[in-house]
Write a protein that binds this ligand. Sequence first.
Ligand SMILES: [Zn+2]
Length: 364
Amino acid sequence: MPMLKLPGLIDPHVHVREPGQTHKEDWDTATQAALAGGVTMILAMPNTKPPIFDAATLDLALDAAKSKARCDYGQFLGAGPDNADIAASLSGKSAGLKMYLDSTFGELRLDDMTLWGPHFINFPKSVPIVLHAESRTMAAGILFAALYDRPVHIAHISLKEEVLLIKAAKERGIKVTCEVCPHHLFLTADSPLPEGEGLGVRVNGRREVRPRLATQEDVEALWQNMDVIDCFATDHAPHTLEEKDSDNPPPGFPGLETLLPLLLTAVYNGRLTLDNIIQKSVVNPRKIFNLPEQPETWIEVDEGAEYEIRAVDQYSKCGWTPFEGWQVKGRVRRVVLRGREAYRDGKILVETGYGRNVRAEERT
Ligand SMILES: [Zn+2]
């Protein structure tokens, strides 16, 4: 059986949940899920408990990653109301700076726009500031990129108005890039999703995700403007089924293990090309985030293998997927990371601690 050989994928948007919420996921399970999905490098988001916003909390995340990660990684810093100097001084050890412009997360809250400026001024321009900024907030973020003449990367775009604005901003030479998540390409607000048992009329927490699932028109606009989209990112955001089916369901979907099979199925259906996947999951994220090459790293995929996505087969601790029961075509069979076989036919073959920090000063 001839195997399709692809470079190891880079996922620039992963919630590892460690420190603080390791019942949902941790550096070991998140990186196992990554490898099983053909992802050999992840960039971890900072809204953990505690959030990653200074030297002590960055060490907390990096120490856990160093001992537990099985694939390569970087860790984002979070922007808070008074850590612009500290964040800039730690930039070399971080994947970049994440600013939550819509949501509020304790220490990472940015209540008004006067708090954005110091970060835009101080954080080095060699890597973009990543913005969680939806709709009109996104427009404000792009204005800041223009005012301060520095790159910004818009996380998880989901709306027609967003992709069109980014297109217009790029045409004007504003330094903006963006990513889209598979769930915003393959699901709408009306898609049937698995439900918890006995939910009755209550809200189905398994639908909850931010940005919310959008309309068919939005989804079509993303597909039609695929050339505007720089990266695919999972926004892997695991919560347990118990939490998703509770009265107060937290938003977020797991995604590391379904990214590539969904994209390969789109290739099979003629909606994407393999080159789209390589550009948006390897070449562009490496360039945008200034990431090192991973030597002797590739994945092997059985293009013809059809199978059903099932949460029970996944390495993520969260125990569910919004794509349960989906038929996909294209299975990851083997992953080689820096010369070692890291995954083969359902088995993880590298130990915890094999993963390397992509911002570590000494790499061999
Ligand atoms: Zn996220």
